[in-house]
Design a protein around this ligand. Structure first.
Ligand SMILES: [Zn+2]
Length: 386
Protein backbone atom coordinates (compact mmCIF):
# COMPACT_ATOMS: atom_id res chain seq x y z
CA UNK A 1 0.00 0.00 0.00
CA UNK A 2 1.28 3.43 -0.85
CA UNK A 3 1.98 5.81 1.96
CA UNK A 4 -0.30 8.77 2.47
CA UNK A 5 1.99 11.59 3.17
CA UNK A 6 0.08 14.84 3.06
CA UNK A 7 0.85 15.73 6.65
CA UNK A 8 4.60 15.53 6.36
CA UNK A 9 5.06 19.29 6.39
CA UNK A 10 2.80 19.85 9.35
CA UNK A 11 4.53 17.19 11.35
CA UNK A 12 7.84 18.84 10.79
CA UNK A 13 6.60 22.00 12.42
CA UNK A 14 4.46 20.86 15.30
CA UNK A 15 4.77 18.37 18.12
CA UNK A 16 3.46 15.05 16.85
CA UNK A 17 0.12 14.88 18.53
CA UNK A 18 -0.92 18.43 17.75
CA UNK A 19 -0.02 17.84 14.16
CA UNK A 20 -2.15 14.73 13.97
CA UNK A 21 -5.13 16.49 15.46
CA UNK A 22 -4.68 19.40 13.08
CA UNK A 23 -4.12 17.38 9.96
CA UNK A 24 -6.82 14.76 10.60
CA UNK A 25 -4.61 12.15 8.95
CA UNK A 26 -6.37 8.82 8.73
CA UNK A 27 -3.38 6.46 8.73
CA UNK A 28 -0.20 5.97 10.69
CA UNK A 29 2.55 5.08 8.23
CA UNK A 30 5.13 2.53 9.34
CA UNK A 31 8.19 1.72 7.24
CA UNK A 32 9.86 -1.56 8.09
CA UNK A 33 12.33 -3.73 6.18
CA UNK A 34 11.68 -1.91 2.93
CA UNK A 35 7.90 -2.15 3.01
CA UNK A 36 5.29 0.39 4.04
CA UNK A 37 2.36 -0.37 6.33
CA UNK A 38 -0.60 1.90 6.95
CA UNK A 39 -2.44 1.60 10.25
CA UNK A 40 -5.93 3.06 10.36
CA UNK A 41 -6.42 5.84 12.89
CA UNK A 42 -9.59 6.05 14.94
CA UNK A 43 -10.63 9.71 15.17
CA UNK A 44 -13.94 9.23 16.95
CA UNK A 45 -12.63 10.43 20.30
CA UNK A 46 -10.94 13.69 21.20
CA UNK A 47 -7.60 11.99 20.60
CA UNK A 48 -6.33 9.66 17.89
CA UNK A 49 -5.74 5.97 18.50
CA UNK A 50 -4.93 2.78 16.60
CA UNK A 51 -5.97 -0.81 17.15
CA UNK A 52 -3.36 -2.87 18.97
CA UNK A 53 -3.73 -5.75 16.51
CA UNK A 54 -3.06 -3.60 13.45
CA UNK A 55 -0.25 -1.81 15.22
CA UNK A 56 1.42 -5.10 16.16
CA UNK A 57 1.20 -6.27 12.57
CA UNK A 58 2.66 -3.06 11.14
CA UNK A 59 5.49 -2.92 13.69
CA UNK A 60 6.24 -6.61 13.22
CA UNK A 61 5.71 -7.54 16.85
CA UNK A 62 3.68 -10.37 18.33
CA UNK A 63 0.50 -9.33 20.06
CA UNK A 64 0.31 -10.93 23.48
CA UNK A 65 -3.00 -10.41 25.32
CA UNK A 66 -3.32 -6.67 25.99
CA UNK A 67 0.23 -6.04 24.96
CA UNK A 68 3.12 -6.58 22.58
CA UNK A 69 6.28 -8.61 22.67
CA UNK A 70 8.97 -6.26 21.36
CA UNK A 71 12.39 -7.79 20.77
CA UNK A 72 11.98 -9.99 23.83
CA UNK A 73 10.51 -7.34 26.11
CA UNK A 74 6.86 -7.13 27.04
CA UNK A 75 4.73 -3.98 26.72
CA UNK A 76 1.40 -4.22 28.55
CA UNK A 77 -1.61 -1.93 28.19
CA UNK A 78 -4.91 -1.99 30.08
CA UNK A 79 -8.32 -0.66 29.05
CA UNK A 80 -9.40 2.58 30.72
CA UNK A 81 -5.98 3.69 31.89
CA UNK A 82 -3.23 5.86 30.45
CA UNK A 83 -0.62 3.84 32.35
CA UNK A 84 1.26 1.00 30.71
CA UNK A 85 4.38 -1.01 31.44
CA UNK A 86 7.39 -1.83 29.30
CA UNK A 87 10.14 -4.16 30.47
CA UNK A 88 8.73 -3.82 33.98
CA UNK A 89 8.80 -0.01 34.05
CA UNK A 90 5.65 2.09 34.32
CA UNK A 91 4.93 4.85 31.82
CA UNK A 92 2.01 7.21 31.32
CA UNK A 93 0.35 8.37 28.12
CA UNK A 94 -1.63 11.60 27.93
CA UNK A 95 -4.86 9.67 27.20
CA UNK A 96 -6.21 6.29 28.24
CA UNK A 97 -6.32 3.10 26.20
CA UNK A 98 -9.94 2.20 25.31
CA UNK A 99 -11.75 -0.72 23.78
CA UNK A 100 -13.77 -0.74 20.58
CA UNK A 101 -15.70 -3.95 20.18
CA UNK A 102 -13.20 -6.67 20.93
CA UNK A 103 -10.27 -4.44 19.94
CA UNK A 104 -7.91 -2.56 22.22
CA UNK A 105 -7.26 1.00 21.03
CA UNK A 106 -3.87 2.52 21.88
CA UNK A 107 -3.46 6.33 21.80
CA UNK A 108 -1.33 7.45 18.87
CA UNK A 109 1.06 9.21 21.23
CA UNK A 110 2.45 5.79 22.14
CA UNK A 111 3.55 5.23 18.52
CA UNK A 112 4.66 8.78 17.79
CA UNK A 113 6.18 9.89 21.08
CA UNK A 114 6.98 6.97 23.33
CA UNK A 115 8.27 4.47 20.79
CA UNK A 116 10.77 6.71 18.93
CA UNK A 117 11.94 8.33 22.18
CA UNK A 118 12.21 5.35 24.50
CA UNK A 119 13.16 2.77 21.88
CA UNK A 120 15.23 5.07 19.69
CA UNK A 121 17.57 2.25 18.75
CA UNK A 122 14.75 0.46 16.98
CA UNK A 123 12.43 3.25 15.84
CA UNK A 124 12.77 6.70 14.44
CA UNK A 125 10.10 9.21 13.57
CA UNK A 126 11.07 10.85 10.29
CA UNK A 127 9.24 12.82 7.64
CA UNK A 128 5.87 11.87 9.07
CA UNK A 129 6.58 8.14 9.19
CA UNK A 130 7.58 5.71 11.88
CA UNK A 131 10.70 4.05 10.50
CA UNK A 132 12.31 0.87 11.79
CA UNK A 133 16.05 1.29 12.08
CA UNK A 134 18.42 -1.30 10.69
CA UNK A 135 19.79 -3.39 13.53
CA UNK A 136 23.02 -1.89 14.79
CA UNK A 137 26.10 -3.37 13.22
CA UNK A 138 28.17 -6.00 14.97
CA UNK A 139 29.09 -5.43 18.58
CA UNK A 140 32.56 -4.02 19.04
CA UNK A 141 33.99 -7.48 19.56
CA UNK A 142 36.22 -9.21 20.34
CA UNK A 143 37.70 -6.54 22.58
CA UNK A 144 35.38 -5.51 25.37
CA UNK A 145 37.31 -2.76 27.04
CA UNK A 146 36.95 0.16 24.67
CA UNK A 147 37.11 3.61 26.15
CA UNK A 148 35.43 6.41 24.27
CA UNK A 149 36.21 9.98 25.31
CA UNK A 150 33.42 12.42 24.52
CA UNK A 151 34.61 16.00 24.45
CA UNK A 152 32.00 18.75 24.61
CA UNK A 153 33.70 21.73 22.97
CA UNK A 154 34.38 24.94 24.94
CA UNK A 155 32.74 25.65 28.32
CA UNK A 156 32.98 28.02 31.27
CA UNK A 157 34.41 31.41 30.27
CA UNK A 158 34.77 30.17 26.69
CA UNK A 159 31.30 30.20 25.10
CA UNK A 160 32.59 29.07 21.69
CA UNK A 161 30.81 30.70 18.80
CA UNK A 162 27.59 32.62 19.38
CA UNK A 163 24.61 31.91 17.12
CA UNK A 164 22.51 34.43 15.23
CA UNK A 165 19.87 34.14 17.93
CA UNK A 166 22.38 34.16 20.80
CA UNK A 167 22.83 30.39 21.24
CA UNK A 168 26.18 29.56 22.81
CA UNK A 169 28.16 26.78 21.16
CA UNK A 170 29.26 25.45 24.57
CA UNK A 171 25.63 24.69 25.53
CA UNK A 172 24.85 22.82 22.30
CA UNK A 173 28.04 20.76 22.48
CA UNK A 174 27.36 19.78 26.09
CA UNK A 175 23.74 18.82 25.37
CA UNK A 176 24.78 16.55 22.49
CA UNK A 177 27.71 15.11 24.47
CA UNK A 178 25.37 14.18 27.33
CA UNK A 179 22.94 12.46 24.97
CA UNK A 180 25.75 10.62 23.22
CA UNK A 181 27.19 9.46 26.54
CA UNK A 182 23.80 8.10 27.68
CA UNK A 183 23.35 6.34 24.37
CA UNK A 184 26.84 4.75 24.41
CA UNK A 185 26.59 3.62 28.00
CA UNK A 186 24.00 1.12 26.82
CA UNK A 187 26.51 -0.53 24.47
CA UNK A 188 28.28 -3.58 25.83
CA UNK A 189 32.05 -3.38 25.95
CA UNK A 190 32.30 0.40 25.78
CA UNK A 191 33.04 2.69 28.68
CA UNK A 192 32.50 6.40 28.20
CA UNK A 193 34.31 9.34 29.74
CA UNK A 194 33.30 12.95 29.26
CA UNK A 195 36.03 15.60 29.35
CA UNK A 196 33.43 17.86 30.95
CA UNK A 197 29.87 17.15 32.06
CA UNK A 198 29.09 20.68 33.14
CA UNK A 199 29.73 24.27 32.16
CA UNK A 200 33.47 24.35 32.87
CA UNK A 201 36.56 25.08 30.81
CA UNK A 202 39.13 22.36 30.25
CA UNK A 203 42.40 23.23 28.53
CA UNK A 204 42.42 22.03 24.94
CA UNK A 205 45.61 20.07 25.27
CA UNK A 206 44.35 18.40 28.47
CA UNK A 207 41.26 16.98 26.80
CA UNK A 208 42.79 13.98 24.99
CA UNK A 209 44.86 13.15 28.07
CA UNK A 210 41.72 11.91 29.79
CA UNK A 211 42.24 8.56 28.12
CA UNK A 212 45.75 8.27 29.51
CA UNK A 213 44.66 9.36 32.97
CA UNK A 214 41.51 7.28 33.20
CA UNK A 215 42.22 4.41 30.87
CA UNK A 216 43.79 1.17 31.87
CA UNK A 217 47.27 0.44 30.56
CA UNK A 218 47.11 -0.22 26.85
CA UNK A 219 43.40 0.42 26.65
CA UNK A 220 42.19 1.21 23.17
CA UNK A 221 39.56 3.72 22.32
CA UNK A 222 38.39 6.78 20.48
CA UNK A 223 38.26 10.52 21.00
CA UNK A 224 35.34 12.60 19.71
CA UNK A 225 35.27 16.36 20.10
CA UNK A 226 31.88 17.98 19.48
CA UNK A 227 31.59 21.52 18.11
CA UNK A 228 29.23 23.81 16.23
CA UNK A 229 30.33 25.86 13.27
CA UNK A 230 30.02 29.51 12.33
CA UNK A 231 30.68 31.75 9.38
CA UNK A 232 32.49 35.03 10.03
CA UNK A 233 29.43 36.99 8.89
CA UNK A 234 26.03 36.16 10.33
CA UNK A 235 23.37 35.40 9.50
CA UNK A 236 24.77 33.23 6.74
CA UNK A 237 23.15 30.74 4.36
CA UNK A 238 25.77 28.00 4.86
CA UNK A 239 24.47 24.95 6.77
CA UNK A 240 25.51 21.36 7.30
CA UNK A 241 27.79 19.05 9.22
CA UNK A 242 31.43 18.21 8.67
CA UNK A 243 33.99 15.97 10.32
CA UNK A 244 37.67 16.77 10.83
CA UNK A 245 40.70 14.74 11.67
CA UNK A 246 44.07 16.13 12.62
CA UNK A 247 46.39 17.11 9.84
CA UNK A 248 47.53 20.16 7.92
CA UNK A 249 44.63 22.16 6.54
CA UNK A 250 44.02 21.41 2.88
CA UNK A 251 41.72 24.36 2.23
CA UNK A 252 41.35 27.94 3.38
CA UNK A 253 37.96 27.10 4.89
CA UNK A 254 39.44 24.23 6.94
CA UNK A 255 42.22 26.52 8.14
CA UNK A 256 39.68 29.13 9.24
CA UNK A 257 37.64 26.56 11.20
CA UNK A 258 40.81 25.28 12.93
CA UNK A 259 41.90 28.81 13.82
CA UNK A 260 38.51 29.56 15.33
CA UNK A 261 38.41 26.36 17.38
CA UNK A 262 42.03 26.82 18.50
CA UNK A 263 41.28 30.35 19.66
CA UNK A 264 39.89 28.78 22.85
CA UNK A 265 43.56 28.69 23.85
CA UNK A 266 43.31 32.37 24.74
CA UNK A 267 41.04 31.48 27.65
CA UNK A 268 43.63 29.18 29.12
CA UNK A 269 46.01 30.82 31.55
CA UNK A 270 49.17 29.25 30.24
CA UNK A 271 47.96 29.01 26.69
CA UNK A 272 49.87 30.70 23.94
CA UNK A 273 47.56 31.15 20.99
CA UNK A 274 49.94 33.47 19.17
CA UNK A 275 52.44 30.74 18.54
CA UNK A 276 51.41 27.86 16.33
CA UNK A 277 54.94 26.49 15.94
CA UNK A 278 54.62 23.66 18.48
CA UNK A 279 51.45 22.57 16.75
CA UNK A 280 53.19 22.47 13.38
CA UNK A 281 56.03 20.50 14.93
CA UNK A 282 53.70 17.89 16.38
CA UNK A 283 51.85 17.71 13.09
CA UNK A 284 54.96 16.89 11.11
CA UNK A 285 55.69 14.17 13.64
CA UNK A 286 52.17 12.79 13.32
CA UNK A 287 52.34 12.26 9.59
CA UNK A 288 54.32 9.10 10.08
CA UNK A 289 51.98 7.45 12.56
CA UNK A 290 49.23 5.03 11.73
CA UNK A 291 46.95 7.01 14.00
CA UNK A 292 46.33 9.45 11.20
CA UNK A 293 45.01 6.77 8.90
CA UNK A 294 42.78 5.34 11.62
CA UNK A 295 41.47 8.83 12.41
CA UNK A 296 40.61 9.40 8.79
CA UNK A 297 38.76 6.05 8.63
CA UNK A 298 36.89 6.89 11.81
CA UNK A 299 36.05 10.33 10.39
CA UNK A 300 34.57 8.65 7.30
CA UNK A 301 32.40 6.45 9.46
CA UNK A 302 31.15 9.47 11.43
CA UNK A 303 30.51 11.45 8.26
CA UNK A 304 28.62 8.58 6.61
CA UNK A 305 26.37 8.04 9.63
CA UNK A 306 25.60 11.75 9.96
CA UNK A 307 24.81 11.92 6.24
CA UNK A 308 22.35 9.04 6.33
CA UNK A 309 20.67 9.95 9.60
CA UNK A 310 20.38 13.75 9.40
CA UNK A 311 18.50 15.84 6.88
CA UNK A 312 21.07 18.67 7.04
CA UNK A 313 23.65 19.02 4.20
CA UNK A 314 26.66 16.71 4.36
CA UNK A 315 29.85 18.75 4.02
CA UNK A 316 32.07 15.69 4.24
CA UNK A 317 35.39 14.79 5.84
CA UNK A 318 38.10 17.44 6.10
CA UNK A 319 41.42 17.85 7.83
CA UNK A 320 42.83 20.64 9.90
CA UNK A 321 45.40 21.49 12.60
CA UNK A 322 43.16 21.31 15.67
CA UNK A 323 44.94 21.76 19.00
CA UNK A 324 42.35 19.62 20.79
CA UNK A 325 43.24 16.59 18.63
CA UNK A 326 46.99 16.92 19.15
CA UNK A 327 48.26 14.50 21.74
CA UNK A 328 45.51 11.96 21.29
CA UNK A 329 46.95 8.46 21.34
CA UNK A 330 43.76 7.01 19.90
CA UNK A 331 41.89 7.74 16.64
CA UNK A 332 40.39 11.21 17.10
CA UNK A 333 37.92 13.38 15.24
CA UNK A 334 36.33 16.77 15.66
CA UNK A 335 32.71 17.03 14.55
CA UNK A 336 31.14 20.34 13.53
CA UNK A 337 27.49 19.37 13.95
CA UNK A 338 26.04 22.40 12.17
CA UNK A 339 26.18 26.17 11.68
CA UNK A 340 24.98 28.46 14.45
CA UNK A 341 25.43 31.33 12.02
CA UNK A 342 22.46 29.98 10.05
CA UNK A 343 19.14 30.96 11.62
CA UNK A 344 17.28 27.76 10.66
CA UNK A 345 20.12 25.46 11.65
CA UNK A 346 20.60 27.26 14.96
CA UNK A 347 16.96 26.59 15.77
CA UNK A 348 17.36 22.96 14.73
CA UNK A 349 20.48 22.52 16.88
CA UNK A 350 18.52 23.73 19.90
CA UNK A 351 15.80 21.11 19.42
CA UNK A 352 15.89 17.95 21.51
CA UNK A 353 14.96 15.71 18.59
CA UNK A 354 17.76 16.99 16.35
CA UNK A 355 20.26 16.67 19.19
CA UNK A 356 19.07 13.10 19.73
CA UNK A 357 19.46 12.29 16.03
CA UNK A 358 23.01 13.65 16.05
CA UNK A 359 23.84 11.62 19.17
CA UNK A 360 22.35 8.48 17.58
CA UNK A 361 24.37 8.94 14.39
CA UNK A 362 27.59 9.50 16.35
CA UNK A 363 26.92 6.46 18.53
CA UNK A 364 26.27 4.27 15.49
CA UNK A 365 29.50 5.52 13.90
CA UNK A 366 31.49 4.74 17.04
CA UNK A 367 30.06 1.22 17.34
CA UNK A 368 30.55 0.61 13.63
CA UNK A 369 34.14 1.82 13.70
CA UNK A 370 35.03 -0.17 16.83
CA UNK A 371 33.57 -3.33 15.32
CA UNK A 372 35.74 -2.82 12.27
CA UNK A 373 38.79 -1.60 14.17
CA UNK A 374 38.50 -4.43 16.67
CA UNK A 375 38.73 -6.93 13.87
CA UNK A 376 41.79 -5.20 12.45
CA UNK A 377 43.57 -5.01 15.78
CA UNK A 378 42.77 -8.64 16.50
CA UNK A 379 43.96 -9.78 13.12
CA UNK A 380 47.47 -8.49 13.77
CA UNK A 381 50.01 -11.23 14.49
CA UNK A 382 50.02 -11.86 18.26
CA UNK A 383 53.81 -11.95 18.34
CA UNK A 384 56.37 -10.26 16.18
CA UNK A 385 58.47 -13.41 16.04
CA UNK A 386 57.41 -14.55 12.56
ZN1 LIG B 1 34.00 24.95 18.79
Amino acid sequence: MRARDTRTLLLGLLPCCLAWAASAADHLVVVRDGSTHAVEIDQRHSYAATSLTELAEALGYERVGAGLRMDGELVRFATGTAFFTAAGEVYQLTNPVYSSGSELMVPLSWSLDWLPTRRSRSWRYMDGRLVKRQPTVQRPAPRTDWMVVIDAGHGGVDPGTIGVGGTKEKDITLAIARRLTKRLEREAGISVVMTRDQDTLIALTDRPRVIQRRGAEGQAGLFVSIHANSMPKKPHATRGHEVYFLSHAKTEQARRVAMRENSALRFEQQGDSSNSEPLQFILSDLQSTGNLQESSLFASSVSRNLATQLSTPDLGVKQGPFAVLVGSTVPAVLVEVGYLSNRAEEKQLRSASHQANIADALADAIVEYLAEYGRRVWSYPRSAGG
